[in-house]
Design a protein around this ligand. Structure first.
Ligand code: PLP
Length: 217
């Protein structure tokens, strides 16, 4: 599928669910994709990208930002505490604030820098043992603690369990955001972004549908 087709489907989903045009931003997830595919999407005019690995992003985006203006890159993968400082230098948003130790580290670094990227708290909506994210039952206290540290949380992010209907997870995430006074909702991937938009997604993270299958070889 092309970038234009995905964009068209996003606009159609917004219209179908009473959302304003552009209410759901498309994050083109470029992790492990060959550089020529990423450049092609930049040349097509897209400017918002998602990456999962700090080192990979560090090797790619400083150059691309120099070649193309107005680029924004969001961190959507797990973030090690010892890479938090580099992440603040590289990314315009972090979607994976998923544990107290990381929140504390980010709060300290943000105080030093005097600026903060957009932050999303990752919620483990399926309470899957192997998955990162704050458990739903711990979320309100986690957000309160972040705010007490002057760490501005802007939204929530989830990755629903594989092989399940994602809709209940999108609904639950939306309710958690409303309850905590948060606007941002990072949810929906290649296979389910339209359902996520129906439930209020402000950011959909689409990789393979734009770039083709990822090869980790
Ligand atoms: C890789 C990834 C995506 C994109 O997945 P696709 O199925 O290729 O659209 C979205 N979100 C996160 C957190 C990812 O790691």
């Amino acid at each position: 599928m092309s970038l234009a087709e995905i964009t068209q489907r996003i606009r159609a989903a917004e219209a179908a669910h009473g959302r304003a045009p552009g209410a759901a931003q498309l994050i083109a997830v470029s992790k492990v994709q060959p550089l020529d595919r990423v450049v092609a999407v930049l040349e097509a005019g897209h400017r918002l990208f998602g990456e999962n690995y700090v080192q990979e992003a560090a090797g790619k985006w400083p150059d691309l930002r120099a070649r193309f203006s107005g680029v924004a890159v969001h961190m959507i993968g797990p973030l090690q505490t010892n890479k938090a400082k580099l992440a603040l230098e590289l990314f315009d948003a972090i979607h994976s604030v998923d544990r107290p130790s990381l929140a504390e580290k980010l709060a300290r670094l943000v105080q030093e820098r005097g600026s903060c990227p957009e932050l999303f708290v990752q919620v483990n909506t399926g309470a899957e043992p192997q998955k990162a994210g704050v458990l739903p039952g711990d979320l309100d206290a986690f957000i309160a603690a972040a705010r007490a540290m002057d760490l501005p949380v802007g939204g929530l992010m989830c990755i629903p369990p594989e092989g399940q209907d994602a809709t209940p997870h999108f609904k639950a995430l939306s309710e958690m955001a409303t309850r905590n006074g948060l606007h941002g909702l990072s949810m929906g991937m290649s296979s389910d972004f339209e359902a996520a938009i129906a439930h209020g997604a402000t950011h959909v993270r689409v990789g393979s549908a734009i770039f083709g299958a990822r090869s980790y070889a």
